[in-house]
Structure formats: structure tokens, C-alpha cells
Ligand binder design. Sequence first.
Ligand SMILES: Cc1cc2nc3c(=O)[nH]c(=O)nc-3n(C[C@H](O)[C@H](O)[C@H](O)COP(=O)(O)OP(=O)(O)OC[C@H]3O[C@@H](n4cnc5c(N)ncnc54)[C@H](O)[C@@H]3O)c2cc1C
Length: 438
Amino acid sequence: MDKKQIVIVGGGVAGLEIATALGRRYRGSFWNKQVDKHGAYEVTLIDRDSAHVWKPMLHTMAAGTRDLAQQQMTYIAQARDAGFHYQPAEMCGLDRAGKTILLAPLLARDGRELVPARSLPYDTLILSLGSTANDFGTPGARDYCYMIDSRLAADGFNQELRIRMLQSLVRNEELRIAILGGGATGVELAAELVQLAEATVAYGAHGLANKFKITLIESGSRILTAFPERISLLATQRLQALGVEVRTGTRIKAVTEVGFVTQDDELIPASLRVWAAGVKAPDFLAQLDGLEAGRNNQLVVDGHLRASGDPAIFALGDCASYTPDGEERPLPPTAQVAHQQAQYLINHLESLLQGQDVPHYRYRDMGALVSLGHFDAYGSLGKFGFFKGGFIKGRVAQLSHVLLYRAHQSRLYGFWRGGLIWLVDLINKRVRPSIRLD
Ligand SMILES: Cc1cc2nc3c(=O)[nH]c(=O)nc-3n(C[C@H](O)[C@H](O)[C@H](O)COP(=O)(O)OP(=O)(O)OC[C@H]3O[C@@H](n4cnc5c(N)ncnc54)[C@H](O)[C@@H]3O)c2cc1C
């Protein structure tokens, strides 16, 4: 009997967790006792990148306070370990009648074609393509800002940052960095850059820390608007104490090669500019063979995470828009939502495909965390758990932030291997430089 093809597009927080769990379930190894029951499916993961990183940690890789090479997981290795197929490709379209996805040619960094355009058949399609930064069409944003929204983008920013640090030191010049967006990404990046600046002293870059001038720009009246006011206030005070200029109520109308231009025509000078305000799903989802898309190109899904009720297509994570019954707004694009939705499909996909009665996906709000590097962290505890609606800070919040990542790793590597990798990271922290120096 031909195996039914489950194709997952996007190996991020949601997609890679699903591919790993389903791959292990259906791989049909001698050790997998479920093979007879489940051997009817084959899982393929498509991603345009060759490796996965835990996206909530991208700002540390951008700052160079964490080594990207040590934290990434290559899809080829994971596919072999977990028993799914991996194909490097960028999805660009869909033929629902023919049940095929369309894949753009795969290009090398220098533009050479590695793999030509092609199509891939599916029986069940799971779209977990994530999101990218949303510049809302602001003039100059694409040309003059770094967006910290993918592994390669974070690495690109870090390469430039290290060049600018060296220049600043040699020329005895200020290094002005402005970050637009006072959400978790912008706040966390600002703190991480301060941590980087302080760490450079240990490596002989005396005086460089004083040359860093970091500005955080937010259009709203406070930073971290998704968090309670108390957390916004504490984070603002902490950032200011660390020397970060926090500018709230500042609307940006354009970006140039010398800085951000406000609505009042003021120039906020910056030699490095980061756009960390707003997200959107990939543009091609807005018109994907009749599937309904909502704001920011997100595919509208029902309580079973099906796109436009199509029984063969599911969407989840940042690229999906799900509004729970009785709520007015869709769920936010967070790793917590992506993970919970992945878990829902891992548990129920087979029953859904067999037409069985399955409960709707229910979001459990476990709260949110924001980490200010090694300086501090804050968290709200959400509507579930022991301390509903509570608040944490300091070491407890920092540990909770770390545990989110380690839990994700253990879902991918397995409990023991995940634990060993954590141990290796702890050892590396002791024996290797604390910042990227190459
Ligand atoms: C700097 C930063 C900090 C964050 N911090 C937090 C935090 O503290 N807490 C929190 O809950 N959330 C945080 N988030 C948000 C969180 O990372 C996302 O909500 C989460 O990663 C979404 O998971 P996903 O699986 O939907 O997409 P992603 O994890 O973004 O994965 C999408 C995947 O799809 C691939 N892809 C995209 N387009 C294509 C295509 N056309 N063809 C093939 N492959 C494609 C990408 O390469 C990627 O591997 C942060 C995000 C950023 C950028």
C-alpha cells in the first residue's frame, strides 16, 4: 500500500516539533512498536534554510552573546534521527486541485541555482511558515534596517556589528545603534547589546563599552505593551540604568542611511538600525489558491487548525490566525502558541484525517517572559498554572526563560540527549569566550 504523504512546510518551533514527533511515530523501525498501526504515513519537512534555531533566542545570536553555530540544529541530521524526510526548498505557491505545492528554485548565496523550480505532491499539508518583520511599507526600512527575523538575518547583523565595533575602537568614534520596536524583541536586543559592550572589556577593548549609544524607539506610550504596566515600568527603568535611551511616543516615518526620521522630522542618528516592530506572515500566503487570509497575510484557521475548512490543509503558529470562540482578537504570534498548536496536531492529526470527532484546539495562556540578558528578567504568569495572573522577576524569571528553550530542545533531541546538550552548553560557558570574537 502506498503511504499517505504528510508534507510540513516550515521547520520552526511548530513545524519541527511536529515533524520530529510524527517522524518518530511513523518511521517504522524495528524498535517502534507502533509501526503496524501507524505505518501508513510518510512525513516530509520542507524548509528554505538548512538549520533550525529557537527563534526567541535570535537576539542573543544577533548580539553575539550566544554562539549560533552551537545552538543550531541541522535539518538533515534531525531528519535522520527522527525518521522524516527533509527537502531544502522555498514554497511559493499551491495547487489545491492537484494537491501539490509549488517550490521556487533554490539559490546559493551568490545567486547560482542549486535546485530548479519543482512541485511536490501531498495528501495532507501542514503550513508552519512563521513570520517576518513587518515594515508597514515605511520608506527606507528594507534598505537601511536589519531585521532580526531569521537565523541568517541574525548572523548578518552580527557580522556587521563586529566590523562596526572594530571601527569604533580604532577610530575612537561612538557606535550608535537604534532599535525600532519596544516589544520583547527590541527590549531583549537592547539589553543583550549592553551585555556585549560590557563583555568586550574582558577581551582588551578598553573604552569600547562607553562608545555604545543604544536607543530604543517605541510609537506607543510605553514599551512591552503586551505585558502588564508594572513590567513595562520596571524594564524601562532597568534599561535606562544600563544606559539605553528609551524613547516612547515616537513615530517613525522613514529610515535613511544615517538614522530614523520621526513624524516631526527629527533625525535619530544611528549607524546601525534595527527594525523590530510588528510581524507578518509570508506575502504569498495572502493569495494562496483561494485560502482565506486575514490581517498580516495569516491564514484563517478553524478550531481544528484547518485552513478555510479544507480537510487536507492545516496551518499553525505565526502564519495562522485563530480566534477562539468568544474572543475578539486572534491569538498572538508567540512560541507558546506555536508549540501548543503543534502539540494539538501531534495528538489529534490522525483522528482528524480519519474523520473522527475531535475537540477544538484550546489555548492555555501560561503567561509571557521577557529577558534582559544576564541583568534581569520579568514574567507575567497568565491564566493557567498555580499563580494565575501573578508576576515573577529576577533569577526565577531568568530560569523560566531558559527552561522554555530547554523544553523545546528535549522535544527535538529527546530527554537525555537534550539534557546532555544543556550540560555541554554549561561547560562551554565556563571554557569558551562569552561573546563571539571571530
Ligand atoms: C528575536 C525574537 C525574539 C522572540 N522572543 C519570543 C519570546 O520570548 N517568547 C515567545 O513566545 N515568542 C518569541 N518570539 C516569537 C516566536 O519566535 C515565534 O512566535 C515562533 O518562532 C513562531 O513559530 P513558527 O513555528 O510559527 O515559525 P518559525 O519558528 O518562525 O519557523 C518558520 C520556519 O518556516 C521557514 N520558512 C519560512 N518561509 C518559508 C518558505 N516560503 N518555504 C520554506 N520554508 C519557509 C523558516 O525558515 C522557518 O524555519 C520571538 C521572535 C523573535 C524574532
